[in-house]
Design a protein around this ligand. Structure first.
Ligand SMILES: *[C@@H]1O[C@H](CO)[C@@H](O)[C@H](O)[C@H]1NC(C)=O
Ligand SMILES: *[C@@H]1O[C@H](CO)[C@@H](O)[C@H](O)[C@H]1NC(C)=O
Ligand SMILES: *[C@@H]1O[C@H](CO)[C@@H](O)[C@H](O)[C@H]1NC(C)=O
Length: 218
């Protein structure tokens, strides 16, 4: 009798051989499954970017009624702020292209600065990009501020912390994909007014919310 193949053995002394074969196949199966899962995670599952506000400095924030007698209800805001927002691409394979991102700052639900733009940029897989926003305005009229706005301002001023929302608005595209996906980053900031000549208070890193379209591929 010649050498017998493991696969068609039918006697007891073949059992060792069969068990070895089974174990090898199970291990091969597990390895293939792991490789498949990694490939699926890297190529098929696309994750949106994550964002945090890493640093922020508010050096001026004052609200005062207009001194113009014809518009006594009008509130005027003077402000200077710098905010650093980090966008992180969590994907193992896909890079991301961001369009120009419009920056909008709001207080009490009212926009007070929406002129800024972050220039379009590309981001590799697993990379983080920090964008720095600097805004300032002197006695800027806020016609849309609600009647409760000034009261809220006074309350927050007394508490020593202003609640300001920074928002980025634009479009992003995963590299190698044709779909353009709307992207909105909302960072709710709690800012203490800081004298620029005095040492800055530590800013608590804040998580930002990412809003994205609920369409496939985004
Ligand atoms: C007050 O407001 C009116 C209307 O907006 C404007 O025509 C006028 O020049 C303002 N007066 C001053 C002193 O700014
Ligand atoms: C604005 O401030 C008022 C008064 O505190 C508050 O009731 C209201 O919820 C605030 N609105 C927003 C959008 O934060
Ligand atoms: C604050 O903002 C105003 C208006 O943009 C600007 O003229 C001024 O230089 C800023 N001040 C500081 C300290 O950045």
């Amino acid at each position: 009798m010649g050498q017998r193949d493991c696969c068609d053995c039918d006697c007891d002394d073949c059992c060792n051989c069969s068990w070895t074969a089974i174990i090898i196949w199970v291990v091969v199966g597990i390895v293939l499954t792991v490789v498949l899962i990694v490939l699926i995670l890297a190529f098929a599952v696309i994750k949106p970017p994550k964002a945090t506000a890493d640093d922020a400095l508010l050096t001026r924030f004052s609200l005062a009624p207009s001194t113009n007698a014809s518009t006594p209800q009008l509130q005027l805001l003077s402000y200077n702020a710098t905010v650093t927002i980090s966008l992180r691409n969590p994907n193992m394979y896909y890079g991301i292209s961001y369009s120009d991102l419009a920056t909008v700052f709001s207080f009490n639900g009212t926009k007070f600065d929406e002129l800024g733009t972050v220039r379009a940029f590309d981001q590799g897989a697993k990379k983080t990009t920090a964008v720095r926003l600097t805004v300032g305005g002197v006695a800027k009229a806020l016609p849309k501020l609600s009647a409760a706005g000034p009261a809220e301002f006074t309350k927050e001023k007394e508490a020593g912390t202003f609640q300001i929302e920074a928002r980025l608005d634009g479009v992003m595209q995963y590299k190698g994909r044709s779909k353009k996906c709307p992207l909105v980053v909302i960072c709710p900031l709690k800012l203490q007014l800081v004298d620029p000549d005095v040492a800055a208070t530590a800013f608590q890193q804040t998580k930002c919310t990412i809003l994205r379209a609920k369409t496939s591929g985004c």
